[in-house]
Design a protein around this ligand. Structure first.
Ligand code: PLP
Length: 391
């Protein structure tokens, strides 16, 4: 596939590791704190971990053994997702259980193929554009998002595209789209006959009841939007692997045929369903007990975000995100994001992620994550306070 060669070398995390190694070679006594990687750090809550263990042990018994399941996912899990995540605004048979949002984003890109145009937020989770490049998509429109436009694209200057990728709460900016903004987006897609691929992987971090957790809270969205969700940041399932995609029955191609029918055909051809162990865990996540447990987990990370945000604001920084989202986005006007990364490493021994890794509009920024053990977050806050004014 010659398109693979079009991808820029993935140098972000290797370069971060290289700089980390160099720093440690010069300062072997240093203890680095990573606020860089978007991976969860806290254990899977007890009732959910128990369900994973019980199901696994059951597989070793005649009664508990099961092999291939329904490709679309266990019906009971699809019912729970429709009920608990979407308050019945979507139907269980519009929900397709997956092995994670990233994997489904890749399959969606296979679904739509290469003869399409797409629009992506800049900065953005790199999979939207890189996965499309692999497919051979040529027309990729960037929608810059920055404080001056409240991190919401200036739709008036965005040309029509077949697909629009949109992520709220956003990785990396931590921005959340308001209901009015999402209404604009849905009207824009209707007018242009575009399909929105809405990434709601961080929806559980939304605490403000006026902010939509799903694109389907907007009237008419079922006719223009696919939503991709994940248990990764909801329940610490980044390693367990479980997610879902909603393809509404109402979503049609221009010729009136069903997108869902094609998705069904595609997933039954190149996907054999999510792990049954992970799905058992997913059911436990959405039980009453599991929901309480994951709510504490979400609150834990949001408290981490609050600690970092307040510390940085107390030091005079302008911090975006970190409320209703686990990411904080810091601007250093006129500076290069790798230089900012290096300053945080040299001054505070804190690893961050340079914003340029998420697109050109990330150039003056770094991303900090709220995923971390509390002691590390407190230590990071203490270092920021202690060394900010050192010269
Ligand atoms: N979407 C966004 C915006 C993400 O940041 C991530 C992971 O970091 C994913 C999707 C991937 O989720 P999953 O672990 O379900 O593949």
């Amino acid at each position: 596939n010659p398109n693979i060669a079009l991808l820029k070398g993935s140098y972000l995390f290797p370069e971060i590791n290289l700089r980390k190694k160099q720093y440690l070679a010069e300062h072997p006594e240093a203890s680095l704190i990573s606020l860089g990687i978007g991976d969860t750090t806290e254990p899977i809550p007890p009732s959910i971990a128990q369900s994973l263990a019980d199901f696994s042990l059951g597989l070793g018994t005649l009664d508990g053994y099961s092999g291939y399941g329904q490709e679309q996912g266990k019906h009971v899990l699809r019912e729970k997702i429709a009920a608990k995540i979407y308050s019945h605004s979507v139907q269980p048979d519009e929900v397709y259980v997956s092995d994670g949002a990233k994997c489904d984003l890749g399959r969606l890109q296979t679904l739509f193929g290469n003869d399409i145009s797409i629009a992506v937020q800049d900065p953005a989770y790199p999979v939207y554009s890189e996965g499309s490049l692999i497919q051979g998509v040529k027309e990729i429109i960037s929608m810059p998002c920055y404080p001056e436009n409240q991190f919401f694209p200036d739709l008036g200057s965005v040309p029509r595209t077949d697909l629009i990728y949109f992520c709220s709460p956003n990785n990396p900016t931590g921005a959340v789209a308001t209901k009015a903004q999402l209404e604009k987006l849905v009207r824009f897609a209707e007018a242009n006959r575009s399909i929105i691929i809405f990434d709601s992987a961080y929806a559980n971090y939304i605490q403000d009841p006026t902010i939509p957790k799903s694109i389907y809270e907007i009237d008419g969205a079922k006719k223009v939007a696919i939503e991709v969700g994940s248990f990764s940041k909801l329940a610490g399932f980044t390693g367990v692997r479980l997610g879902w995609t909603v393809i509404p029955d109402e979503l049609k191609y221009d010729d009136g045929t069903s997108v869902k029918a094609d998705w069904h055909r595609l997933t039954s051809t190149i996907f054999n369903g999510a792990s049954n162990i992970a799905q058992a865990g997913g059911c436990a996540v959405l039980d009453e007990k599991g929901l309480k447990e994951i709510s504490s987990l979400t609150q834990f990370y949001l408290e981490n975000a609050r600690i970092i945000k307040e510390t940085l604001e107390g030091l005079g920084h302008v911090v975006f995100g970190g409320v209703n989202a686990p990411y904080l986005w810091l601007r250093f006007k006129g500076q290069n994001s790798w230089d900012i990364f290096q300053q945080f490493l040299d001054k505070f021994q804190i690893i961050t992620t340079p914003g340029s890794g998420f697109g050109r509009a990330g150039d003056e920024y770094i991303r900090l994550t709220a995923f971390g053990h509390r002691k590390d977050i407190l230590e990071a806050a203490a270092r920021l306070k202690k060394h900010t004014n050192d010269h």
